[in-house]
Design a protein around this ligand. Structure first.
Ligand code: SAH
Ligand code: SF4
Length: 353
């Protein structure tokens, strides 16, 4: 069987090569690319500024995939969760978070996750499969289409979503090549034009890939740290047995950030495990010299995992120690908890392993 190429998987340079390979003029690639990155493009017939013969040749060899949400759930706090069913039994979710007139979209990079962090529901599912670039970009296009349909039409699509964070399902750096292709597509000025400052990739700490990311593309980096000592971190996050805390922080020190940006460290607070005053002091010590911000994530209790969240007083104490040590530290109360859209709660039941 001849499988057709999905043009939504292609970066601009790959699309140009692809069209040349079909004997089509490379000069038309920018028009085709612009259509592919427009929410609502489903079919070659929509590409009115591209010659009919070119459209016919493309239609013969390729397809334009698109994602349609299987379900859209709205939280009381305005957060919207989109569930997508993909082929091969995969299912992913994206979460749109409105805040002070701005919108952040949290996208997934894999269906499930193989990293096995003990506190994370996505981790408990295991990995179903990697997402293709078109499925990563497709989440953004589908959400933009939803927003435009909801009446926010006057704004050009590229301004509707202010920030894109790779904090949904999956470990982005474990799906590296597809992540890079998706970033290149999303950041292309001929398309959606997300600037480097508006994109954040979050990782559990696959150290060699952090260096690769810094070399290949300029984006903001978030690191799920969750413990500042190897013993605790290895217990919570198996990845730490391969790449320990010091190696991880060295990779952070040499990561080239977009101008004036800092690394975001995420630190989940688990009662009795990583929330003691000594843990906060050790964290402050370890992060010395790294331009950073710390987000404390009170653990979102899930029934299947047996951790607890510390009390509010305790969390404030932890924050105070870090603030007194000079770190910008915020408590990120989770959004969309009532619709299971909060951090660590994304675990579509659709995924088949
Ligand atoms: N795999 C990447 C991207 C996912 S980001 C990473 O781990 O960084 C999702 C964030 O939510 C991570 O910081 C993760 O550690 C955190 N998280 C997972 N389970 C959680 C839970 N139950 N409560 C609060 N945060 C959680
Ligand atoms: Fe995977 Fe991130 Fe969850 Fe760990 S926290 S299991 S890396 S999604």
């Amino acid at each position: 069987m001849n499988v057709k190429t999905d043009l939504r998987d292609l970066t601009y340079s790959r699309l140009t090569e692809y069209m040349e390979g079909l004997g089509l003029p490379a000069s038309r690639a920018r028009f085709v690319f612009a259509w592919l990155q427009r929410p609502g493009t489903r079919d070659f017939s929509q590409m009115v500024d591209v010659k009919k013969e070119i459209r016919a040749a493309l239609a013969e060899h390729s397809v334009i995939s698109h994602l349609v949400p299987a379900a859209v759930e709205k939280s009381r706090d305005g957060t919207v969760k989109f569930a997508f069913s993909l082929d091969q039994g995969a299912a992913v979710e994206s979460v749109l978070i409105p805040e002070k007139g701005r919108h952040t979209l949290c996208v997934s990079s894999q269906a499930g996750c193989a990293m096995g962090c003990r506190f994370c529901l996505t981790g408990a599912m295991g990995l179903c499969r990697n997402l293709r670039p078109g499925e990563i970009v497709g989440q953004v296009l589908a959400v933009l289409e939803y927003m435009m349909g909801a009446g926010v039409v006057r704004t050009p699509p590229r301004e509707l979503i202010n920030n894109l964070v790779f904090m949904g399902m999956g470990e982005p750096l474990a799906n590296y090549d597809n992540l890079i292709a998706a970033l290149r597509i999303l950041m292309d000025e001929r398309g959606l034009e997300f600037t480097e400052r508006r994109i954040t990739v979050s990782t559990c700490g696959i150290v060699p890939r952090i260096s690769d990311l810094g070399r290949d593309v300029r984006v903001n980096l978030a690191v799920s740290l969750h413990a500042a000592d190897d013993e605790t971190r290895s217990r919570l996050m198996p990845v730490n047995r391969a790449y320990g805390v010091d190696d991880l922080l060295d990779a952070c020190r040499s990561f080239p950030l977009p101008g004036k940006k800092v690394i975001l460290f995420e630190y989940i607070l688990l009662k009795g495990i990583n929330d003691a005053a000594g843990d906060a002091r050790r964290l402050a010590e370890k992060l010395q010299g790294i331009p950073c911000r710390i987000n404390l994530l009170p653990y979102n209790v899930t029934q299947s995992l047996h951790y607890q969240c510390p009390g509010e007083e305790h969390i404030l104490q932890f924050q105070k120690i870090l603030r007194d040590a000079g770190y910008r530290t915020f408590i990120r109360s989770s959004r969309g908890a009532d619709i299971s859209a909060a951090c660590g709660q994304l675990a579509s039941t659709g995924n088949k392993r």
